[in-house]
Design a protein around this ligand. Structure first.
Ligand code: ZN
Length: 146
């Protein structure tokens, strides 16, 4: 498959809707789903998001199951779904952990960086470009504990 990190947000959303239509069955209705706004994370995580939806597709046997939101929060990926269940949660939790070592901008190996109060998972290059610095360990600890 082509490198998903090269897609823009519109192209990536379109791809998700095309390949996983059932996961986005309510995306026109913002009372149910915020996916109408698209994926609220940078393209470095697109491959991880795609791979996670594939896994969700494998474990899911509920035709009513759908994704309500995909976003970055505290420097890791969050995927919200409805109705939630243990199998889906496991897949999502695994993606969340993985995202903590993938640069959100370019998809290379990254780690937790900070700029003031902002936290992001970035590689060295992207952190330099965006003026982020190594995160202090106590913050990293805070963000990774559940
Ligand atoms: Zn990067």
């Amino acid at each position: 498959m082509k490198d998903l990190t090269t897609l823009n947000h519109k192209q990536f959303s379109d791809l998700l809707v095309k390949n996983f239509p059932h996961f986005f069955q309510h995306m026109e209705d913002i009372r149910c789903s915020l996916m109408g706004f698209g994926v609220e994370a940078e393209s470095g995580w697109f491959p991880l998001i795609y791979e996670t939806l594939e896994k969700l597709d494998e474990v899911n046997d509920n035709p009513d199951f759908y994704i309500t939101q995909i976003k970055e929060k505290f420097a890791s990926i969050r995927i919200y779904c409805s109705p939630t269940n243990d199998k889906a949660w496991k897949v999502i939790e695994c993606a969340e952990k993985k995202s903590m070592s993938i640069c959100e901008i370019c998809g290379k190996r990254g780690k937790l960086m900070e700029r003031g109060y902002w936290l992001k998972t970035l590689c060295k290059n992207c952190s330099t470009l965006l003026d982020y610095k190594n995160c202090k360990p106590w913050k990293a600890y805070d963000e990774t504990k559940k």
